[in-house]
Write a protein that binds this ligand. Structure first.
Ligand code: SAM
Ligand code: SF4
Length: 321
């Protein structure tokens, strides 16, 4: 459906948990309290909301978290969502720690693509950023996902620390059909204290290595990334510049948090408590009407450039990045 600014909203990010098996510095501070299981939407509740969203034209779903694969039987949820009439796509974003062992089953259940988060190829630095010595598992997951027939994108957050790793990371696109995307650090939660690297600086580094790297007008997924290609790379290099290049006029998404809050924009805490509506006995028609209203009123733009206006004070891991 269209919102009040005539944007087509067709994509929902669904967070299935606030828990994670990593502690990325910019996403999850130490000492966070997990939510009780009863506070998290059940798979039945998630599937019901997805079915209603489909009736409003939202047909593509991305499972996120926290780390979605720490939740029991994610394969079962993928299977239920992908079997919904009208569902066009189910994809996943994962840190890759538990993905190698589940990639085949996820693909069989109908998963089409996976974004794997990876900020460095240096083992010690990986541990420093994420808190776990688990780089090998992520690399295994990339191969297992490709073998399972999933489309694979690597997501790298641009940090001061990983500047020297950017060419190595981009080289993952060299001999395999993998896109590598660089994401500007967003001032949400711990990200506000992080030291991000400017995409401009990062692009210059890659351009030194691949001088023919040039923009391509290709749409490769649901997100706001713009892509570049080089004859030396099989996959594409993507740039997601939420802060320095606002893409709000093309925004196509809403977010469902693990506690059932439907959020129209990442930047503002505003949203609607669908868990209360579901558990209060709302009918499908009532849920659809509330969803329609919330989407219609989606804010025009985020406010990352003016930190004082940001009203979302939760961590990314709690919202579902
Ligand atoms: N655990 C999964 C993962 O790491 O892919 C899914 C959830 S994680 C919150 C989703 C994505 O958000 C990851 O690619 C992560 O790097 C990114 N992210 C987290 N905090 C961020 C921030 N402050 N700015 C930009 N990206 C961020
Ligand atoms: Fe966990 Fe993903 Fe956040 Fe890292 S970015 S702490 S893997 S939720």
């Amino acid at each position: 459906m269209q919102d009040q600014y005539q944007r087509n909203i067709g994509y929902m990010r669904i967070s299935v948990t606030d828990r994670c098996n990593l502690r990325c510095q910019y996403c999850m501070p130490h000492g966070m309290q997990w939510l009780e299981h009863s506070q998290i939407l059940t798979y039945e509740e998630i599937v019901r909301l997805a079915r209603i969203a489909i009736t409003l034209g939202i047909r593509r779903f991305k499972l996120t978290g926290g780390e979605p694969l720490v939740r029991h039987d994610l394969v079962g949820l993928v299977s239920q969502l992908s079997s919904l009439e009208g569902c066009e796509q189910v994809t996943l974003t994962s840190n890759g720690i538990l993905l190698a062992e589940q990639a085949e089953a996820l693909a069989q259940a109908g998963l089409q693509a996976v974004n794997i988060s990876l900020d460095t190829l240096d083992r010690a630095q990986y541990k420093a950023i994420t808190g776990q010595d688990a780089l090998d598992k992520v690399l295994e997951s990339i191969q297992a996902s490709l073998q399972a027939g999933l489309k694979v994108k690597i997501n790298t957050v641009l940090l001061q620390e990983n500047e020297s790793q950017l060419v190595r990371l981009a080289s993952l696109a060299q001999n395999q059909p993998v896109d590598v995307r660089f994401i500007e650090l967003m001032p949400i939660g711990s990200g506000a204290q992080g030291r991000g690297l400017s995409p401009h600086k990062a692009r210059k580094r890659l351009k030194q290595h691949w001088p023919d790297l040039a923009d391509v007008q290709e749409k490769r997924g649901n997100g706001p990334a713009h892509y570049q290609a080089s004859a030396g790379l099989q996959g594409r290099i993507g740039w997601i510049e939420a802060v320095s290049h606002t893409f709000c006029n093309e925004c196509n998404r809403i977010r469902l948090t693990s506690t059932g809050q439907l959020k129209p924009c990442l930047c503002y805490e505003h949203g609607m408590d669908f868990r209360a509506l579901l558990r209060g006995g709302a009918s499908d028609e009532e849920l659809a009407a509330q969803m329609r209203q919330l989407i219609f009123e989606k804010p025009k733009a985020h406010c990352f450039e003016d930190a004082g206006q940001i009203t979302e004070h939760r961590q990314m891991v709690q919202i579902g990045g």
